[in-house]
Ligand binder design. Structure first.
Ligand code: FAD
Length: 117
């Protein structure tokens, strides 16, 4: 099957949006269970990401830069950094991670993220 760059880019765009928005909503003071959940989510995301080439590459990035899951700010900074690693590889401009603060907004009210289903 031929590669469709438009669909691949749309998938990436949507995926980054979800990842960064999750980070923006992650607790400032997560429980151990919250941190474990985020860590496994990120590893499963990297494993199951539908673009196989992207997934393989992202798993290498995770090995070099392990997910930071001890607070919202460290998680958001980590996600911004690894996205910049991908940007660099794709020759896209780097995002200024000091501006990540209010950039991602879920549009939802101030309901807490449930820590367990
Ligand atoms: P995107 O990179 O999708 O970014 C969307 C928006 O996020 C930007 O417009 C900007 O507002 C903001 N943004 C940019 N950088 C950051 C940052 N560092 N932190 C926070 N916000 C930021 N494509 C490939 O062709 N090859 C690959 O190997 C590949 N690997 C990928 C791996 C993963 C895990 C993901 C999620 C995507 C991957 N992609 C890959 C897709 C690629 O990263 C882009 O999503 C796609 O090319 C669309 O780019 P875009 O210009 O819309 O911006």
């Amino acid at each position: 099957k031929l590669e469709n760059a438009t669909l691949k880019a749309e998938l990436g765009n949507a995926s980054w949006k979800l990842l960064h928005t999750m980070m923006a909503k992650f607790p400032d003071k997560p429980t151990e269970d919250d941190s474990a959940a985020l860590k496994s989510y990120i590893h499963l995301f990297a494993r199951l990401y539908p673009c196989g080439d992207c997934a393989r590459h992202f798993q290498k990035i995770l090995a070099k830069y392990p997910p930071q899951v001890t607070s919202r700010s460290s998680g958001a900074a980590w996600a911004c950094h690894v996205h910049n690693v991908v940007n660099k590889r794709l020759k896209k401009p780097a995002f200024d991670c000091s501006k990540i603060g209010d950039f991602y907004d879920c549009g939802c009210a101030e309901d807490p993220v449930p820590s367990k289903g």
